[in-house]
Design a protein around this ligand. Sequence first.
Ligand SMILES: [Zn+2]
Length: 418
Amino acid sequence: MEVKKKILQHIDQHKNEIVEFLRSLIRIPSVTGSEKEISNFIAKKLDSLGLEVDVWEPNLNELKKHPGYVSVEMDYKDRPNVVGVWKGAGGGKSLLFNGHLDVINADPSVWKHNPWGGEIENGQLYGRGASDMKSGLAAMTMALACIIEVGIRLKGDVILEYVVDEEFTGHGTLDCILRNYKADAGVSCEASDLEVQPAATGSMWFEIKVDGKSASMSRIWEAVSAIEKGHVVHKAIQDYQTVRFEKRHPLYPDPKGALACFAGIFQAGSYPSSPPDTCTIKGRMGVLPNEDPADVKREFIEYIENAAKKDPWLREHLPRVEFTGYYAEPAEIPADHPICTTVISSFEEATMKKPVVRGHEGAADTRFLIKYGATPTVIFGPGTITQMHATDEWVRIEDLITSVKVLALTILNWCGWE
Ligand SMILES: [Zn+2]
């Protein structure tokens, strides 16, 4: 029987095992900081498949020296990355898969389903990480597992990366790069609704300090309320978002979500009977992959300062804008890069349909692989974007199975076989 047909049939015959594997992943509550148990579970699975398995804790001191470093409070003690390598016979291209082990926390009291239960209802599998991104981990693992089980000898190497600390920093992936894992191309199995996503947006947090002037109640007319001046700045942030919404990128037909620029925190004052002399506004803004974050930062600061200059007080007391906290660069590879066209044709072979090709709304670890890891990487995964971090998070079981098929064919088409 033709090799690809054999693979697709094998996947159909092993649907239950694929689903059960995802359920076991969901039943391990791998909230960021507590990744050890799931790392061990994955390492055992890779070992049983016959891969070369590497388990290690990221090196914070080395990470700190890297330009991609984001400041963190937690270290990596008992939080190991896992990489499995399946050596090819030689003469083929290598392929790297990347997925993160950590999930955000879940409050069972507001969930209808057990967040750590892996319950199934109406073709959907529920649990924290179902979409973001344990279904992606299951897909990349089972795609290779099926190829191994069918006994196909690949030419190129396959590298499976399971990383810690994606939700806050991306250091898990960055540390795989420091450990020299790379390939001719990569697939990140982040939630993509089965879309082929060659691009991911960037995200930056900002902080603006606005000065007012305090005064005693008896001389209240001498005070300048930082709340009032903060509102001037807040209005400028809102206006700037409208300017941002004009930006365009071919892979983002409607980039509003990707470009969202708003304040999430507005703090001023400490005492009801004292006019506040400072106000702090914190927010985030999105960056498209065809923009330089440094330019966007500059433009934002200029915009806020120009708006402030229209106010007599703020003109003399310019707000101080800083970019601090979370920072993720946007990243993209050409939509006609061979890894994109390979995933697209594999999707067509597996489903008889054409995939949607679009940019990923949100930051992804692909930024490190593309920029520092010499591995052009596309995003393709079974998770649903609207379910990322959602209460009662779910993934469609059908999408999970489809993604295993697409990824298995991607491995065959990219790495070649004997
Ligand atoms: Zn994710």
